[in-house]
Design a protein around this ligand. Structure first.
Ligand code: SF4
Length: 453
């Protein structure tokens, strides 16, 4: 890849885990009654046909990783577990009380924070509590995120017994100097132990998250991290670009100096190096930043054009309604987004008062819904179809905005389609930005986003 192209297109931009992206949600927010109406509408349209999904945010972590941009609460006090699970189940009750029939759950994902911060007993209490008010939809899937240092064989067995067949572990990097800088010390042996337990128990898909662009990463250290990863052969690998946004996340990301970070070409080289090593070992690139073995459901979803992208990244399936439970969780009714309160205390207070704890959201307009489809197509399938309802004027404006990218040979446009070429894959965020009418209209402070490359 030409250096000049990377320099030219490496600008701040959204990662498009939603459209509109959160900074462009309606500043007026969403009226709680509108959110409830939208949820009920979406539920009535889809529950019996495809089920619904639940994202459950378990925010506690025992120690702070200095690269982390998640909504988390650092504590070693496990006394927080019980009241938090009780609140989650009360919040679930608030939703179930709105529906006339029992929810059919197609998918549950436990994210964090560190879901495996919670004891086996409390994880069981949570999942059993959810199913007191719901049933499983055919093909039910249950996945969770774990921290290798805080996951026991007992927890893995409990979650498997509760129906989980897929798990995901944050690895980031195996190099001791990098691990020290990001305050995330975990050995290869520990990760291997977790993977071995998972395989023995019967998990069908294991995912490892790696990050490139971390402080002190060099070609040799990345090669070693990837060699270790390939040795364990996870079914999926997320190879994320480190999002350096200390102005948003504050001191958590200030555990190292800006000069310690690999930049532009150097950073991109780390990605290209990793990508080639994954290809050499049987992995296929999925959308942006993800790789999977051809036996994994994520690959199969990509092949059948069923790949979906949401706040958790890429998923193999989609339901119209995804309810987010827990502090900071984002729900998606397809017609609206709503985010829960971001502090545990405010979240808990509202739920205890019987209020769905939403603090902001966005009702999608007809144009938002059309742009959302195009952006999802681009992020998941690397192409989109002009048939999806844009006016000729908006379509022409988009093509004009893509002028330089087309001239640079990164995508092809004809009367029916826009197709991103393989050389253009790394610029998919830039291409989506040409469709992002809200970004174009508002021109906000672009520092709110990480760099696109
Ligand atoms: S990276 Fe994961 S374990 Fe580390 S602080 Fe963030 S949420 Fe917690």
């Amino acid at each position: 890849m030409k250096t000049s192209l990377i320099q030219k297109y490496n600008i701040p931009g959204p990662r498009y885990t939603s459209y509109p992206t959160v900074p462009f949600w309606d500043k007026k927010g969403i009226d709680l009654d509108d959110w409830k109406k939208s949820t009920i509408n979406s539920f009535n349209e889809s529950n019996a046909i495809e089920g619904i999904s639940l994202y459950i945010h378990l925010p506690f972590c025992e120690s702070l990783c200095t690269f982390c941009a998640c909504h988390k609460r650092i504590t070693k006090q496990h006394s927080v577990e019980d009241p938090y699970i009780d609140t989650l189940l009360k919040e679930w009750d608030l939703y179930c009380d709105m529906f006339e029939t029992r929810p059919l759950i197609k998918e549950i994902h436990l994210g964090g924070g560190t879901p495996t911060f919670f004891s086996s007993e409390n994880l069981r209490k949570l999942v059993d509590g959810i199913f007191k008010r719901a049933d499983k939809f055919e093909g039910f899937e249950f996945s969770f995120e774990g921290h290798p240092n805080h996951t026991t064989e007992e927890q893995l067995q409990t979650l498997y017994d509760l129906g989980s067949r897929r798990n995901s572990f944050g690895i980031q990097d195996y190099d001791p100097k990098v691990q020290k800088a990001i305050h995330r010390i975990q050995s290869f042996e520990k990760v291997k132990e977790i993977d071995d337990w998972s395989r023995k128990i019967g998990y069908e898909s294991i995912s490892h998250d790696l990050i490139f662009g971390l402080p002190f990463q060099k070609e040799e250290s990345i090669k070693n991290t990837i060699k270790n990863t390939i040795e364990l052969k996870p079914d999926r690998i997320a190879y994320y670009s480190y999002a350096h946004v200390p102005w948003i996340k504050g001191v958590g990301q200030r555990g190292f100096d800006e000069n310690d970070l690999p930049k532009d070409d150097e950073k991109r080289h780390l990605y290209e190096l990793g990508k080639q090593l994954f290809f050499d070992n049987g992995y296929v690139e999925i959308g942006m930043d993800h790789f999977a073995l051809t036996t994994d459901s994520l690959y199969k979803a990509m092949k059948s054009k069923k790949l979906h992208r949401n706040f958790m990244g890429y998923t193999a399936g989609k339901t119209k309604l995804m309810i987010g439970l827990g502090m900071s969780s984002i729900s998606d009714s397809w017609y609206a987004f709503a985010q829960n309160e971001k502090s545990v205390e405010t979240y808990t207070k509202k739920v205890n008062e019987g209020i769905i704890p939403v603090f902001r959201g966005h009702l999608l307009t007809d144009t938002d819904l059309i742009i959302r489809k195009h952006i999802l197509n681009l992020m998941c399938n690397l192409e989109t179809d002009w048939k999806i309802g844009l006016s000729p004027q908006i379509k022409n404006e988009i093509i004009n905005r893509l002028g330089e990218i087309i001239e640079d040979g990164l995508l092809e446009v004809n009367d029916t389609k826009l197709v991103i070429k393989e050389e253009g894959r790394m610029f998919v965020r830039n291409i989506c930005m040409a469709f992002d009418l809200r970004l174009i209209k508002s021109q906000p402070e672009t520092r709110i986003f990480s760099m696109t490359i």
